[in-house]
Design a protein around this ligand. Sequence first.
Ligand code: HEC
Length: 136
Amino acid sequence: MKRLFIGCAAVVTFGFAESYTQADRILDMQKLAQAMQDIQAGFFYNNLDIVKAGAEDLKKTIVKIGPIQEEINNTDVYERWMDGNTAMKKRIQRRIIQHSDDIIARFSDGDATQALQVYGKISSECMKCHVSLRKW
Ligand code: HEC
């Protein structure tokens, strides 16, 4: 009986850790949008700490993004492939992380123009997923 209980608890815990819900993803997206706004505010107020905090939030959050359980279970092969296009997702995530570090480096060097250019690149990575991968 005790063993059965432990078994069930393990399944519940595991199942919980596995499933990334739509609500989780929307929340993460809102964090990404907030981080982008923070970076931009940091530029306008010429405040490196705000830029850094935004860039760090971006790095922390972007790695969490992925297909939700319903998409993984989708029986439409093409849709499932689009939703879970891991190679493209990983590439976008890697670029956003790289660009976030670049923004911090450029802005720390006092090169706001370059930092702003990198910011534009991040926006286009966001939109790449929304438009190409998600067909929005
Ligand atoms: C790998 C794909 C992917 C990337 C990269 C991505 N998004 Fe999203 N985004 C989505 C998906 C999927 C949704 C829809 C969320 C849902 O309804 O499940 C979404 C929705 C959103 C929303 C709407 C959230 C709401 O309240 O409904 C915002 C804002 C957003 N994304 C911002 C961003 C920003 C900013 C970035 C870049 C820093 C970004 N996204 C990068 C896939 C992505």
